[in-house]
Design a protein around this ligand. Structure first.
Ligand code: T4K
Length: 448
């Protein structure tokens, strides 16, 4: 099945972002002009910082993951329809419409909606009958790995490709043992893994391949042919995701049998009235969540467009900031641009990443350190010597350097200009900021 297509100008399926002469944000000269109304040879950074008793750059906090709210009239109309229908859960009409819509947009034959992405992962792992060890990145949200552990499997951490922040297939190959039954790859930030190579490895060693695509709804993941090479792929529609269903998830697949098994598993294992054929659970999406999901999907173009504008504005805005660059650039023809991921070089910047984050937070810019410190450093994994069976050098390096910036519908392009100005002002006073925030200062995010 072919996924929905629309071409986002400016990003190349095979490489880093290419400049687009028609985009007002991709040229720094144009950026300056739009930012200041005139072309300036030098930026004029904000003179005062909140850290030194200036006023914060924003009176209200800007978040990473602030929900993109739907049109409230559209949502209330769907809720009214739900109330009239007599269906609140158990595969009602809104959930069925949600599943059909998600399957169509992601180019999959089947979609099974769930109450969240974490249970969707657990069900996907169960449906594939995985056992023993499963290869997984440590640079991900902890739910990816917890899902394996809660299903009785041993996660084997594998390092990432620093360019995409996704699993590095060369490292995967070295981590396969006689006990390995699957590869759980994460399409982090909505970026493609090397799907062709991972499929080749999986076939060669008789492994299952599944994707945690919690970040990737609406992204084509570089599948130019439209083909999905993994058996199962999981989305999250949590409130903080760019397309949200309050809480929600979905599993998509082209495999009829797997889809049928998942349909039973999501509903206690029922295959008919009074008949249970396998071990299931209650992971059903409810109608109110599906109603929100559908409203959110209906405005996806607006959301992706705003995210993309913000992305490009950040890109132009950080271009000349010392120590800061865009990381894990969005790849593929179609992307949701949800995450604005920065690489922070402390040496070039003159202060640590965490000091920089603390200074931003004083300005009400709530940047985040996703996915610090890496799952292998979290309980229960940090106490298992096996967690460091393979080198996680890139994971460690990226986790120390990455920060994610606010974006989404609640952040305007003007906000991003101001954020970039503020970043510039902090860097201009890097030495003072570093001295004001020594190790152990309570304003710093904790070292883990
Ligand atoms: N795999 C991956 C790769 C994932 O990233 C995730 C989830 C999963 C699997 C599991 O899918 P789910 O089971 O969650 O469907 C968030 C989300 O809770 C989580 O869904 C997400 N990944 C993860 C990356 O981020 P936090 O810890 O960032 O949420 P929190 O409470 O700090 O909220 C973020 C910001 O948004 C805050 O500044 C507050 C604001 N906010 C949040 C909510 C929920 C609001 O303003 N309104 C709200 O309703 O985890």
């Amino acid at each position: 099945m072919m996924a929905e297509t629309h071409n986002n100008r400016g990003f190349d399926a095979n490489g880093p972002a290419r400049p687009d002469a028609t985009d007002p944000c991709t040229s720094n000269r144009k950026y300056q002009k739009e930012r200041h109304g005139t072309v300036r040879s030098r930026r004029t950074p904000r003179a005062r910082l909140a850290l030194f008793d200036g006023r914060p750059a924003f009176s209200d906090a800007l978040h990473v993951g602030r929900p993109n709210m739907p049109d409230s009239a559209a949502y209330l109309a769907r809720i009214e329809t739900m109330l009239q229908s007599g269906w609140l859960s158990n595969g009602g009409p809104m959930v069925r419409e949600f599943e059909t819509t998600v399957a169509r947009i992601s180019g999959a034959k089947h979609c099974v909606a769930t109450c969240n992405g974490t249970l969707a992962l657990e069900l996907a792992i169960g449906a594939l009958g995985l056992s023993g060890e499963v290869i997984v990145p440590s640079f991900t949200f902890v739910a990816t790995v917890h899902a394996l552990t809660r299903m009785g499997l041993t996660p084997v951490f594998c390092d990432i490709d620093p360019a995409t922040h996704c699993l590095d297939p060369r490292q995967v190959e070295g981590a396969i043992t006689a006990k390995t039954s699957g590869i759980l790859a994460v399409t982090l930030w909505g970026n493609p893994c090397d799907e062709v190579e991972l499929r080749r490895l999986a076939d060669q060693h008789g492994l299952s391949l599944l994707f945690d695509s919690a970040h990737a709804f609406g992204c084509d993941l570089g599948r130019s042919s439209g083909a999905r090479l993994c058996e199962l792929e999981v989305y999250s529609f949590h409130a903080t995701k760019c397309i949200q269903a309050l809480e929600g998830g979905a599993i998509v697949t082209d495999d009829d049998e797997l889809a049928e098994r998942l349909r039973q598993m999501v509903n206690f294992g029922f295959s008919g009235e009074d008949r249970v054929d396998l071990l299931g659970t209650n992971a059903k999406m409810n109608e109110a969540a599906a109603a929100m999901g559908l409203c959110s999907i209906e405005q996806r173009r607006r959301i992706f467009h705003q995210n993309r504008e913000n992305h490009l504005t950040y890109r132009a805005g950080v271009k000349h900031l010392p120590g800061i660059s865009m990381a894990a650039k969005p790849l593929g023809e179609r992307h949701n641009y949800q995450y604005v991921v920065l690489d922070f070089d402390a040496e070039a910047a003159g202060l640590s990443r965490d000091q920089f984050i603390a200074a931003l937070r004083a300005e009400n810019i709530l940047a985040r350190r996703y996915f610090y410190p890496g799952v292998h450093r979290m309980a229960p994994y940090r106490d298992r010597p096996d967690s460091l069976r393979h080198s996680l050098a890139e994971t460690e390096r990226v986790a120390r350097r990455t920060l994610v910036m606010p974006s989404g519908l609640s952040v305007t392009r003007q906000d991003v200009y101001r954020i970039c100005d503020t970043m510039g002002a902090i860097l201009n006073r890097a030495g003072d900021v570093a001295a004001t925030l020594p190790d152990g200062d309570p304003r710093l995010p904790p070292v883990l």
